[in-house]
Design a protein around this ligand. Structure first.
Ligand code: GLA
Length: 404
């Protein structure tokens, strides 16, 4: 056999065996990823000056200390492709280049995230990764990227499993461990196929900064917090350590009332959702900051058992959400869905709660639990006495039950 044919054969065999061994990077998202993303607040208006400012604020405002790690630049950072097909950033907006920006983000003790799309173009009309997946993965590895959000615009005729598998394999071949965030909006039920491909997958379309209902953008609508919550009720068994349902990024600090922001954040924690802030960290109010950095509430989201909570019961506009936690603990969140204040009264001893996913049971007769208000950071006694409260419209009372 001629040397050239032998080389081609060897190269094909290497590629083939690499493809066979390709897998997602394990161990990167054992709890739901936490970070910040530019899209909800800034849309296409991204540049390195703003991103550096966000990195400073993220490191200095208590966000990093509370667990927010990934700083993700969403759509519109792109410039174009060079004559060999390699992607480069918009030089006016990112004059120092992505490697330098990644180094700055890393120097703050944070991780660097970026955005691309499985289609020929991103949703914002910039070059997508289709046909350039391996080149893009190589470039991201060179830039020190730690997290890739991968969108689903302009994908007519593409098979979602194939498209996301190709990028997973490309990332694997590039060799740099990267969290792979699948952003396919739940169109082809990724919770059924993405567990071995990505670390998180969007379950719905885009979030809007409203509590209920949706916001029309002509050809499509973005969705309020409760609209998203209502959309995917039966997929919680698919979420867990390393593979999370993602109901989209946070709108905390982007215009809802403080009560609504608190309810939104609490529900995301009850659902073990990725916590990706989407507000301007450089100018956030002390209320927003206190909300985003409440480590007692975050601990519910980040609980190592990784069980997505659920709505246990709903009565007279008060919803009761429950989430089993490691050990024998539970989180319970009472939500006032109505637009008027409402009383809460819940007699623990009148309920035996059995979760069919974790097979855990809450039974106050079998042992007492202490009750701690996670927002007020106050102990409220034990499950021996009913809990009572009055909730403002769209507000929550969120407690942790700890077995005595
Ligand atoms: C889609 C995604 C959003 C955002 C935009 C960017 O709509 O779902 O989260 O990334 O694209 O164009």
């Amino acid at each position: 056999m001629k040397t050239r044919s032998l080389l081609v054969l060897l190269a094909s065999a290497a590629l083939f065996s690499n493809a066979l061994m390709a897998q997602k990077f394990e161990g990167l998202a054992l709890t739901p990823p936490m970070g910040w993303n530019s899209w909800n607040k800034f849309g296409c208006n991204v540049d390195e000056h703003m991103i550096r400012g966000i990195a400073d604020a993220m490191a200095g405002s208590g966000m990093k200390a509370a667990g927010y790690t990934y700083l993700v630049i969403d759509d519109c950072w792109h410039g174009g492709r060079d004559s060999n097909g390699f992607i480069y950033p918009n030089h006016d907006r990112f004059p120092s280049g992505m490697k330098a920006l990644g180094e700055y983000i890393h120097s703050k003790g944070l991780k660097f995230g970026i955005y691309s799309c499985a289609g020929s173009k991103t949703c914002g009309g910039h070059p997508g990764s289709r046909g350039h997946e391996y080149q893009d993965a190589l470039m991201y590895a060179q830039w020190g990227v730690d997290y890739l959000k991968y969108d689903w615009c302009n994908t007519a005729g593409l098979n979602s499993v194939g498209a996301y598998t190709t990028m997973r394999d490309a990332l694997h071949a590039a060799g740099k461990p990267i969290v792979f965030s699948i952003c396919e909006w739940g169109d082809t039920q990724p919770w059924g196929w993405a567990k071995d491909i990505g670390h998180l997958w969007r379950t719905t379309g885009d979030i809007a900064n409203v509590f209920d209902g949706s916001v029309s953008h002509g050809t499509w609508s973005s969705l309020g917090v409760m609209t998203i919550v209502e959309m995917r009720k039966d997929i919680r068994q698919h979420s867990g350590p390393g593979h999370w349902n993602d109901p989209d990024m946070l709108e905390v600090g982007n215009g809802m009332t403080v009560h609504e922001d608190r309810a939104h954040f609490s529900l995301w924690c009850m659902m073990a959702a990725p916590l990706i802030a989407g507000n301007d960290l450089r100018t956030m109010t002390s209320d927003t900051r206190a909300l985003l950095t409440n480590t007692d509430v975050i601990a519910i989201d980040q609980d190592s058992l990784g069980i997505q909570g659920y709505r246990y019961v709903s009565n007279d506009s008060i919803e009761v959400w429950v989430k089993p936690l490691r050990g024998a603990d539970w989180a319970v969140c009472f939500l006032n869905r109505s637009v008027t204040p409402r009383p809460v009264k819940f007699d623990w001893s009148a309920h035996i709660i059995t979760d069919t996913v974790s097979h855990r049971t809450f039974d106050a007769h079998a042992g007492e639990y202490t009750v701690r208000d996670l927002w007020k950071r106050q102990d409220l006694g034990t499950t021996a006495t009913p809990i009572t409260a009055r909730l403002a419209p769209h507000d929550v009372l969120m407690v942790r039950l700890t077995r005595q």
